[in-house]
Design a protein around this ligand. Structure first.
Ligand code: SAH
Length: 446
């Protein structure tokens, strides 16, 4: 039976999709239900019917799941930032572990796969050290499923302190006549407010503006400095001059970098560089990854998708040498500077795409004993992985923020002489459907 658009049906939510929608069935036809919780019986109105699934909207909750809770954030119903704030934390964790296991079984073809461990987050709110507010008619985040702005005065995932900073920027914009950018008619100035902090609660603010300067900037900097903001950048959109996409980050106030420390190593973070967004969980994740890598003093290590070199520098002391590869040039500049600052001399960094440089390095004779890789959501690729396979490292540690691409990539390793030794899930992003996985791979003797 195929459901009919506009009609209402009673269904039970049986599972959760990887993007956080509840999933139920009408006869055997799958229905995705935003904000449905496993175990709910709901009346849904079908809004869209596609060839293989439909999308429904909850009209009424007929029977509430025992895992359903009242979301603490008052913007949850509309804001697209969180998907599963209406689920009890234990149920969130269980759902995420199942998503990893299902991906590895179904996409990875790994029979009877189960995780060895799942590391929960002790602080399921106010854990994010980076948040972006978009300006259009108002200031806030994107609405669930659209690019409309939901106006917010803060975010429960962001660090305490962000709300006051956002308030100070908005007060300044109002008082000093800095209008919000309007995406429809391309007028106005303030486009985005990016707030990042370190674990000591020091902040960096990057204001994306459609202008070369902002008026009365000193008033703003003065207000922000009282809120522990150590650095303010203007992110200037240069497109109107050159036509092509081009942005420049101009330091307007304070320090160039935000300082962070992990395992006694100091890191400088610039506005363009990736840095893991949940500090406490990152330490646990890295500890697991480093443990699985088990680097000895004669081992050479390759750290792919290395960002500012956090993992590379954390293993350098134990290793003979480390090579880090990362596509963003500025992140590699930071990585080199971080190595120097910490007196680490056996780490070398390359600013290039993994798929371009890794085959070259390996075909020119690099033979890493251990590879650590932490690609973005799209995962790694067959070219990079084939090159790694040619080098025959004894261990590969794969850190992933997307179970589907992880499963796809693991298949290539498993089909070519590697076996999973350990797989651990880490909840870095409570209230959202994102989940991190660390997998240890070992080369089977041949
Ligand atoms: N390991 C680092 C960064 C992980 S995030 C950390 O823990 O902080 C993934 C990184 O991969 C980002 O820094 C991104 O810029 C980089 N990246 C994305 N595509 C890439 C590619 N094709 N080749 C190399 N690096 C890439």
């Amino acid at each position: 039976m195929i459901p009919i658009e506009g009609e209402k049906y009673n269904i039970e939510i049986e599972s959760v999709s990887s993007d956080g929608n509840g999933v139920g069935r009408i006869a055997s036809f799958a229905v995705f239900v935003p904000m449905g919780v496993i175990g709910d019986r709901v009346e849904v109105k079908i809004n869209k019917v596609k060839s293989r699934y439909a999308i429904g909207e909850i009209v009424k909750i007929l029977e509430k799941s025992p895992d359903r809770i009242k979301p603490p954030c008052r913007y949850y119903d509309r804001c697209g930032g969180c998907q599963i704030q209406n689920m009890d934390y234990k149920a969130q964790v269980k759902g995420k572990a199942e998503i990893i296991e299902n991906a590895l079984r179904r996409i990875g073809g790994i029979r009877d796969f189960s995780l060895d461990e799942f590391i929960e987050c002790d602080k399921p709110f106010h854990y994010r050290n980076k948040v972006i507010f978009f300006c259009d008619n108002g200031v806030g985040m994107y609405e669930r499923g659209t690019h409309n702005i939901v106006e917010l005065d803060g975010c429960m995932l962001a660090y305490e302190g962000v709300e006051a900073i956002l308030g100070a920027v908005l007060d300044y914009a109002k008082e000093c006549g800095v209008p919000y950018y309007n995406t429809k008619n391309h007028t106005g100035i303030l486009r985005r407010i990016f707030v990042r902090n370190n674990s000591r609660g020091e902040f960096m603010v990057v204001l994306s503006v459609n202008a070369d300067t902002v008026p009365n900037a000193d008033t703003l900097f003065n207000n922000l400095s009282k809120l522990n903001v150590k650095s303010v950048y203007l992110n200037i959109d240069k497109r109107k001059n050159s036509g092509a996409m081009s942005y420049e980050n101009k330091l307007a106030y304070g320090d160039r970098y935000l300082n962070e420390e992990i395992f006694g190593i100091r890191f400088k973070i610039s506005p363009e560089s990736f840095f893991q967004i949940n500090y406490e969980q990152t330490k646990k994740l890295y500890q697991k990854a480093i443990g699985l890598a088990d680097v000895g003093k004669d081992d050479t290590v390759m750290d792919l998708y290395c960002g500012i070199g956090t993992i590379s520098l954390s293993v350098a002391k134990q290793a003979k040498s480390v090579v880090g590869v990362e596509a963003v040039k500025r992140a590699i500049d930071d990585a080199r500077e971080n190595a120097k600052e910490n007196g680490i001399e056996n780490a070398e960094f390359f600013a290039d795409k993994a798929e371009d440089i890794v085959p070259k390095l390996i075909d020119e004779g690099s033979a890493p004993d251990i590879v650590i890789m932490d690609p973005p959501r799209a995962g790694s690729d067959t070219v990079t992985i084939s090159a790694i396979l040619r080098a025959k490292p004894k261990r590969v540690v794969y850190v992933s923020c997307n179970p589907s691409t992880l499963a796809r990539d693991l298949k290539q390793f498993i089909n070519n002489g590697y076996a999973i030794s350990t797989a651990i899930g880490v909840d870095m992003f409570p209230q959202t459907m994102h989940v991190e996985t660390v997998v240890g791979l070992v080369r089977k003797e041949k």
